[in-house]
Design a protein around this ligand. Structure first.
Ligand code: SF4
Length: 532
């Protein structure tokens, strides 16, 4: 096996970090209304104290320049984020857990504010040194499920491999912070050969995930060698990448990369946007390039305290992802990783968020909330419960509004009139079909539906009456001569039968007027059970 790392290692060495402006102070971008756009778009702006005027478009848009100019030290970072002055222990943090931030990603920090989500995800914090009981360096026990170093085989049909220990930006919340970036050196080249041998020996593995360190930190030729080697395994069907490149260094998604990836379809990508501020025009364009190459892009966000743990923040993220055609796929509960305690939220916060999202977003834009269980328990979907109760005849469910509905099982008859004549009412009544639903009195949608139904029933009735009048006008022949007996077949056909003798004729409009409130809403299935 050739050394797949050599070519790309040119791009890993950090430069002197001196050719860019990392943070986004100053006026909002006139196109987007946001701050934090590319430095060049703000030139010249004397309010930007750290402005560097020597970044050309060509450099800024070159991912190798971005890699070379990453910030790698606390001293360097302090030049751009004065708020870090006087903060202790950061050098120690960086000795334990690597620091790297691309100029692009640093430029997304707004006003150098430590509460900014991009700041929190990328800038080291002293809390990372806290040793918290119960947290682990390898909380998912990936290394225990590694039959070959670097290859985790946990689920029957999938394997995860690591091809690089390098990421353009080292996320402070990373589950693999135990090893990523500690030594930015190439992985042993024989690893790929061992992966291929294992995959050949395990034809049940259909899906390989190449995950972080970020696989797209490799340059394209060595990456293609990995893909070509994997494609020699005849039983392997899907190749997935786990990458944060579209978020932290979208310049890397070049035409050269996408045309290479295209050759090895089916390829899927899972990326990792955590906040709507990360969805910049550059990031959107990178995702668009991947999608145009036929590569589905899904998002795996991580729930992080202070970054995205508000329901509205998640809603905004999901909407923004959906707009750029990236499917919100997972929302992960933060793993029990040593050094990330300050990012952890209770699971209840995730449930609360999911409760909020359901109904406010279409199903395609709602991620699945996942706890990746400690001790290698794997991914477990959790969420609010929509199942209220069950009986052999009916399942009782609730929706996001609090409407509780009774779903009749096949072949079962509802006991609307129980034999003993005693109704149970409430949810117990729903379990035997006494009613269809319980609807909260203030459910916005039901109020809206009721007024819309009244409106459309009125419209239908008026239209019906108009048609009836028109039909009468067309088909009524001129009256017979006085004293003659008239017979008109057309009239016999088109005149609706009259009411029985003595009955009062009613039109749909009359029915609407006469019906008790809501009774005319026959197509509204939930209306029928409101009284339970
Ligand atoms: S990109 Fe992924 S692997 Fe790399 S530091 Fe971030 S979370 Fe960890």
């Amino acid at each position: 096996m050739e050394d797949i790392s050599r070519e790309s290692s040119d791009y890993w060495s950090s430069g002197n970090g001196s050719a860019y402006v990392p943070h986004s102070q100053g006026a909002a971008n006139p196109d987007t209304g946001r701050r934090g756009r590319r430095i060049k778009s703000r030139l010249p702006d004397p309010t930007l104290p750290l402005l560097r005027h020597n970044v050309s478009d060509a450099d800024w848009n070159d991912w190798k320049w971005q890699m070379r100019n990453r910030i790698r030290s606390v001293d360097e970072l302090k030049q751009y984020l004065p708020v870090l002055e006087g903060k202790g222990r950061l050098e120690q943090v960086v000795k334990n857990y690597a620091l790297a931030i691309t100029p692009y990603y640093l430029s997304l920090i707004r006003d150098g504010d430590p509460r900014d989500p991009v700041f929190q995800m990328s800038v080291p914090a002293a809390e990372e040194l806290d040793q918290v009981p119960g947290l682990e360096e390898d909380p998912l026990h990936e290394e225990k499920d590694m039959p070959v170093p670097g290859l985790t085989h946990r689920y029957p049909d999938r394997a995860l491999i690591v091809m690089s220990e390098i990421c353009p930006m080292y996320c402070r919340h990373c589950t693999r912070k135990r090893f990523v970036g500690i030594e930015e050196s190439a992985l042993p080249p024989e690893r790929l050969a061992r992966y291929v041998d294992y995959l050949r020996a395990h034809p049940e593995i259909k899906d390989v995930i190449i995950s972080g360190g970020d696989p797209f930190s490799l340059s394209t030729p060595p990456l293609e060698k990995v893909l070509a080697a994997l494609r020699t395994v005849p039983t392997l069907e899907i190749i997935r990448f786990g990458t944060r490149i579209p978020v932290v260094m979208p310049q890397r998604i070049t035409a050269e990369l996408t045309s290479t990836l295209e050759k090895y379809h089916p390829i899927w990508i899972n990326t990792h946007f955590n906040h709507a501020n990360e969805i910049t025009p550059e990031a959107a364009a990178a995702c668009d390039r991947l999608l145009r190459a036929g590569i589905p892009v899904n998002n795996q966000a991580v729930l992080l305290k202070g970054v995205n743990d508000q329901p509205e923040t998640q809603l905004e993220l999901c909407r923004a992802l959906f707009r750029i055609r990236v499917r919100p796929y997972y929302l992960y509960q933060c793993d029990l990783t040593q050094g990330v305690e300050h990012f952890r939220t209770p699971v209840s916060r995730g449930i609360e968020i999911m409760e909020y999202l359901r109904g406010r977003l279409g199903g395609l834009a709602i991620p699945q909330y996942i706890v990746d269980a400690p001790h290698g328990g794997g991914k477990i979907p959790v969420g609010p419960s929509y199942l209220v109760s069950m009986s052999p005849t009916h399942t009782v469910l609730r929706n996001f509004e609090g409407v509780i509905v009774s779903y009749p099982e096949p072949g079962r008859r509802a006991e609307r009139q129980p034999a003993d004549g005693r109704r149970r009412g409430g949810v117990a009544g729903l379990t035997r079909g006494e009613a269809n639903a319980l609807v909260p009195g203030d459910a916005e949608r039901i109020l809206r539906r009721r007024s819309a139904s009244q409106e459309s029933a009125r419209f239908r009735a008026e239209r019906f009456q108009k048609k009836k009048d028109e039909a009468r006008a067309v088909f009524s022949p001129p009256g017979p001569p006085e004293g003659a007996v008239a017979f008109s077949p057309a009239r016999a056909v088109f005149s609706p039968p009259g009411p029985p003798e003595g009955a009062v004729a009613s039109s749909p409009l009359d029915a609407l007027k006469e019906a008790p409130d809501g009774a005319h809403l026959a197509p509204l299935p939930l209306g029928a059970g409101n009284g339970s």
